[in-house]
Design a protein around this ligand. Structure first.
Ligand SMILES: C[S@@+](CC[C@H](N)C(=O)[O-])C[C@H]1O[C@@H](n2cnc3c(N)ncnc32)[C@H](O)[C@@H]1O
Length: 446
């Protein structure tokens, strides 16, 4: 018997549908349905608009299609002309909400948080102790059409054929050539990365520290390529990512930048993690400390501690009798955290994954916990472990509201309730948003 030839699914890319745009969804798009009932995730649209949506990904019968709004038939009152000349369907994928007024962007983010909390944690804003708003960073409340220059770290992709640095298109490896990124911090723009020839490089990350004049570029060469001579408009240190090991090595200058937050200087080496918005580190430290209200002599955990931002802030407030244990998986970040917090004899930093290191520490009781996991969240097992440590308060710093909502559900299973939740617009023009949830044991809150 001959096998039936398998039918390849019929691609719908390029098809156009006139649709009514429904609510915003997590990820920088809105939901619509074709007349046949197929779900579309539409970028460059706003709720309530009538648009022509052109499919960018998906096939017949798929659970959903991705599309771009290519013609706006009935614009929302929240719509503006995108201030950035590189934004729009098929163009730079860095920003999602260039076409929305700043206040509307924050309302869209608030709607996403509310929806995730409800669906994944069964929480209303009131139950989460949240006023339902997303707060702009200090100085970012600008009139429509003006854009905050907030990105202190920009990862440029290099076009292989031209050697020019640009930004990646949405869900694509293609490079959108740009001559300036509007959301880049002044310190990044001043480097003039877009004007140089980066032939042989895969990507170039530009870093402008906050609170110091340190500037750095991190080069990722294509296999076998020679490093370019880095001649920029300002002195910078240069690092290089090893193509085989992924390790980061110094080419010239300091192998780190110095960042300032909460009155301290933090060394961040090897292009490692630091909060991107210049106001983020201080904003988050303040929110976490207001939530935890640390007392002298307490014992705290800083999980996913990076170079020690929250551990330092806690150690300062817990005094000589207090103690902090930080856990971080990145080797270089751990070295930096140990260096940054060397003046606190009762701060210890352990290297490894929280899920494996924490059980090994033998710690059975702590007073306070701050956790700031990557986008995936902490997960059920880690949350269950944390819920058993008897902390009187836990501050959860989250860059993904979906992961936050899932983990809040696990914390509830572990006997914790959300006392307050605050949301900050630390990534203007994009769909990203930062939340700080403060939890306490149910028995205490009751
Ligand atoms: C969002 S950053 C937060 C860093 C720090 N709290 C700050 O604000 O600068 C998350 C950190 O978690 C680390 N990380 C990721 N997965 C981890 C894991 N499973 N265990 C421990 N650290 C992890 C990353 O290397 C990164 O430094």
């Amino acid at each position: 018997m001959q096998a039936e030839p398998t039918k390849s699914p019929v691609s719908l890319v390029g098809e156009e549908y006139e649709v009514e745009i429904g609510p915003v969804a997590h990820g920088g798009h809105c939901i619509a349905r074709t007349a046949e009932g197929q779900v579309l995730f539409v970028r460059h649209a706003l709720p309530g608009e009538r648009v022509v949506a052109r499919v960018t990904e998906g096939e017949e019968g798929a659970r959903f299609l991705r599309a771009d709004a290519v013609r706006i038939l009935n614009p929302s009152k929240d719509r503006i002309e995108a201030p950035c000349p590189f934004a729009g369907p098929g163009r730079c994928g860095g920003c999602d909400w260039q076409h929305a007024k700043p206040g509307a962007q924050r309302r869209l983010k608030a709607d996403v948080i509310a929806e995730q909390l409800q669906r994944l944690a069964g929480l209303t804003p009131e139950e989460a102790g949240w006023d339902g708003t997303v707060v702009p960073a200090e100085g970012d409340k600008l009139p429509a059409g003006e854009v905050p220059q907030w990105r202190t770290r920009v990862q440029y992709a290099v076009d292989a054929s031209t050697g020019k640095a640009g930004l990646r298109r949405h869900r694509s490896h293609e490079v959108e050539p740009i001559d300036h990124c509007m959301i880049a911090a002044a310190g990044v723009s001043e480097l003039g990365i877009e004007k140089r020839d980066w032939t042989g490089m895969e990507s170039v990350e530009a870093i402008a520290a906050t609170g110091s004049q340190d500037r750095q570029v991190v080069l990722t060469p294509r296999p076998g390529a020679r490093l370019p001579l880095v001649e920029l408009d300002r002195p910078v240190s240069v690092l290089r990512v090893d193509e085989k090991s992924g390790g980061v090595h110094r080419v010239h200058g300091r192998p780190f930048v110095r960042e300032r937050a909460d009155g301290r200087t933090y060394r961040v080496g090897g292009g490692g993690f630091w909060q991107v918005h210049p106001k983020a580190a201080d904003t988050l430290v303040t929110a976490v400390m207001q939530g935890l209200l640390p007392r002298k002599g307490e014992m705290a955990l800083d999980l996913y501690c990076g170079v020690g931002l929250f551990a330092g802030a806690l150690a300062d407030r817990l005094g000589e009798q207090g103690a902090v244990l930080g856990i971080e998986s990145g080797k270089r970040a751990v070295e930096d955290a140990r260096h940054n917090l060397a003046d606190f004899p009762r701060v210890r930093i352990e290297q490894g994954k929280v899920e494996s290191v924490l059980p090994r520490t033998g710690i059975t009781e702590v007073d306070l916990i701050v956790l700031d996991p990557p986008r995936a969240g902490a997960g059920r097992k880690t949350v269950a472990h944390l819920s058993g440590l008897g902390a009187r308060r836990i501050a959860y710093v989250a860059c993904d509201p979906a992961a936050l909502a899932r983990d809040l559900g696990y914390f509830r299973e572990g006997g914790y309730r959300v006392r307050t939740l605050r949301a900050f617009d630390l990534f203007p023009m994009t769909h990203h948003v930062e939340c700080v949830a403060v939890l306490e044991p149910v028995a205490k809150g009751a």
